[in-house]
Structures are given as C-alpha cells and as structure tokens.
Design a protein around this ligand. Structure first.
Ligand code: PLP
Length: 457
C-alpha cells in the first residue's frame, strides 16, 4: 500500500461517512478502497490496480467511463445555463428536450415526466403523486401502496419503507404508514425452502396471487398502487418466472390498482430493451427511473406518468405541492441528453441483444459446473450466482453471508468488482463490454469461486 493510499484512507476515516458501510472503518481506515480514476469498463485504485467494474458503478455506468461526448455536453451546458429550477412556472430547454427524448421511448400514454435527483426521490414522488391522484378522483381512502419483500426502492424514509429489506426497516422506525409487502417471485429460494426443484410456472402464479390476496385482505377501496422492480436488482437479481408479470398486470387491471414499475436499475438498456417492461410486454401506469439515464455521469431520476393521471390531477384545480431544488437541473439534463444520443448513435441496444447478452448468457451458464453454484441465471446484462453447500438438495451454507463477502474480497484482490448479496454473487456489467471483457469476467469469477471453495475446506 502506498503512502498516498494510507494518507487518503486516514483522512477518509476522519471526516467521510460512507454509504451502506459499518462505521467501524472510521477506527480501521485501511478497510476502505480508494478509487481514483476510471476509463471504459475499468476503474483504478490509489495503488494503480486496474479493476474490471462488472457492477457498472452501482448498476448505472451503462455506457462506461470517460465518454467524451457526455463530458463535452455537460461542459457546454455549464457555460450556457449551469442551473435554473423548474419551480413556480419556469422551465428550460434541456429539461424540455430530455423529457421529449425519454417519452419517445415509453409506451403510448406514458407521456409526462417529473424529474428528481435520484431513484429514491422518484419513489417518494410516486407515493405523493398516486395518493394525490386518488384523492383528486374522489377516492382518498385509496392510499395503501403494496410493495414486495426484499424489494429495494431507495434509502429515503419513503423509499426504504417501500423497500422490503428487514435490515433497513429495523433502523429509523420504518415503514411509514400505509405501505404493505407481499411475496417476491424468488424461484430459487422457493426451491431451497422445498429442498427440491419445483415447477417454475406454478410458482410464478402463486407469487402473483399473494398480491391478489393482499388486495382482498385490505379491500380494493384502500389500495392505491402496486410497485415492483421488473427484475429485483439489489435483492439479488431475482428474475421472475415467465408466468409472474402477466398475472400481476391482470390482477392490477382487474382491481383498479395502479401498476408502478421501478425501472431504476432495469431501465435504459440493462435487459437489452429500453425498459424491462418492454421485455415483459407489460404496460405500467407509472415508471420510475434514475441511474443509467445519464450512465451515472450526473444525478437524474424521475417518474414517468400516464397522461390521464395528470389530467385528473389538473381537474382537481390545485397545484402539486412538491419540488426539489435539482428537479430538471440543466447540467444534469444535458448529461442525460448526450447519454441517450450516444446510446442511439452506437446502436448499443442492438449490440447487447444480438451479441453481448447472448455471449454473457452462454458463458455465465458454464459457472453452474462449479461446486459452489446452485444456479447461474442471466437476463440481458444482469446475472447472479446462487451459492450453495449442496446443489442437489438446494442446501445453503449456514454462514452464507460470510462466504459471499469473502468471495467478493477475492474478486477485488484479483481485479474484478462483483457484488455479494446474502447468499448470491451478482454482476451488472457495462453495456459496452466486449466479448473479451466478458471472458475476463468469467475467468476471474471461476478463479475467485475456487479460492472461496478452498477457504471453506
Ligand atoms: C430499483 C431501485 N429503486 C430505487 C433506487 C434508489 O435510487 P437512488 O440510489 O438513486 O436513490 C435503487 C438504487 O439502487 C434501485 O435499485
């Protein structure tokens, strides 16, 4: 470790509070990795190590690091109009243009965008919007939002309440009132519980049925909306069985419940489509986005809302008393515009669909031959490994969390960022990965699984 690294780690420990971190690092500075620069699909730490970022930062740097056209667009926008807000009857060209560009990509009817600075704020905005909508429609009792266990919708009070992470609920008095959680469509875990392979299609219907049961229990007149990530990201890249989404969409429509798709991870190319709702062929009433809309270059999030929802709110004749200083921030909008232009110019979705994602899928599947891997699943540029002690009986390790954390550390030491989630290892590599980069990822994952296996024996 260089002097520079030690110096940065010590200063970091004194003043900087890191996210989703045990603050014990403030007493043990050397535990922190300091990342100093990045280019393409690689990040570099303060000791000069090159590390393949197979998590695209936090599922966001879809077009990779160092894209000059985005940097130039941001620079130009800063010179023209670095900041202005969209409060009290104002707007500006870059917010207008990005809202046009995004709504060009969404299903018919989803035509209005409320910009936020993050995915968490998009979720907060959604709760206020849908409750205000039902009140404006003369149904104020429809205030409950149903979400799912093990979902992730952000870290604000509302986002973490919508999320179904018990560790988050345990801190800070969550969830807030009128949020309910139903089962997640986590097929592999259902096999673990059964101790054997079960029927995936039947399980998908059963998981969707838990939403119908909850609506019955509460009464349709109490339920405003159902929110879900099309594929659960932070919960562990949980890809639902194919029967799940059509059944959920049917239940929501039949019972007059708004369907909200949280596309914060899935949106802007992660599945090879602009949105995962395109992949699943469902039409939500609202869509939430953030992250890859700018490839993470600057913070932008938002809620995309059906025209008729906005029309009902208009008819109520009251302003929507909601706003963030950085809603539609011109410089951040410029990053979004340039990122979407780059995605179109490079035809990146075609590249992902026709080459990168199928290549990743075929290579990823080979990892199922490793003794620690119970399942290697992959959809688009999202992939997960289920770590098990015995794959035939679907038996987990008792200390799974410790084992996957060890595996993650081996990855880092061997030049790969991979995320450890309870009993899974996941990746969400940049869309710009070449097949050579994918080969490098697979080779490193094998090596680190071997190291992990050896450390257990
Ligand atoms: C599905 C989903 N929703 C919301 C969020 C919160 O976004 P942010 O961290 O930008 O607030 C995340 C973040 O990972 C997410 O994965």
């Amino acid at each position: 470790m260089t002097d520079t690294t030690l110096n940065l780690q010590n200063r970091n420990a004194q003043h900087h509070m890191q996210s989703f971190s045990d603050f014990a690092y403030t007493k043990n500075p050397a535990a922190t990795h300091i990342i100093t620069r990045a280019d393409g699909v690689y990040i570099y730490d303060s000791d000069g190590h090159q590390i393949l970022d197979s998590m695209s930062g936090l599922w966001c740097v879809n077009m990779g690091y160092g894209q000059q056209s985005i940097i130039n667009a941001v620079n130009d926008q800063m010179k023209e109009l670095v900041y202005y807000n969209n409060f009290f009857g104002t707007s500006h060209p870059s917010a207008i243009k990005l809202s046009e560009m995004i709504t060009d990509l969404t299903p018919e009817g989803l035509n209005k965008i409320y910009f936020t600075g993050s995915g968490s704020e998009a979720n907060d905005t959604m709760i206020r919007l849908v409750r205000h909508y039902w009140a404006a429609k003369g149904k104020p009792s429809k205030s409950v939002i149903i979400s799912r266990k093990n979902a992730y919708h952000g870290s604000t009070m509302a986002g973490a309440s919508l999320g179904g992470m018990s560790t988050m609920h345990a801190q800070g008095g969550l969830p807030i009132p009128d949020i309910e959680h139903v089962d997640q469509p986590y097929y592999f875990e259902a096999c673990v519980e059964a101790g054997e392979k079960i029927d995936a299609d039947e399980f998908g219907i059963k998981a969707a049925q838990s939403l119908a049961n909850k609506i019955d229990e509460l009464g349709e007149d109490r339920v405003a909306a159902f929110i879900a990530e099309p594929i659960q990201g932070a919960g562990g890249v949980i890809v639902p069985p194919k029967t799940y989404w059509p059944e959920v969409a049917r239940i929501c429509k039949e019972r007059g419940i708004l369907l909200v798709a949280d596309e914060v991870i899935c949106g802007f190319g992660r599945t090879g489509e602009w949105f995962a709702t395109d992949y699943y062929e469902i039409e939500p009433d609202l869509m939430l986005f953030a992250k890859a809309v700018t490839s993470g270059y600057l913070p932008v999030g938002g809620a995309i809302v059906r025209d008729d929802i906005v029309d009902v709110i208009v008819s109520a004749g009251q302003e929507f008393a909601h706003g963030y200083t950085y809603s539609g921030h011109p410089t951040c909008m410029a990053a979004g515009i340039a990122n979407l232009e780059l995605m179109k110019e490079t035809n990146i979705l075609h590249q992902v669909q026709s080459n990168t994602a199928p290549y990743l899928a075929s290579k990823w599947k080979t990892l199922e031959e490793h003794p620690l891997v119970g399942e290697a699943r992959c959809l688009g540029m999202l992939a997960a490994l289920e770590i098990v002690e015995d794959k035939n009986s679907y038996k987990r390790f008792e200390n799974s969390k410790e084992i996957v954390t060890r595996c993650r550390d081996y990855c880092y030491d061997n030049g790969l960022v991979m995320r450890a989630i309870v009993n899974k290892m996941v990746i969400a590599p940049p869309l710009i990965c070449s097949n050579d980069h994918i080969d490098e990822i697979i080779e490193k994952v094998w090596k680190c699984l071997d190291l992990t296996d050896q450390s257990i024996k």
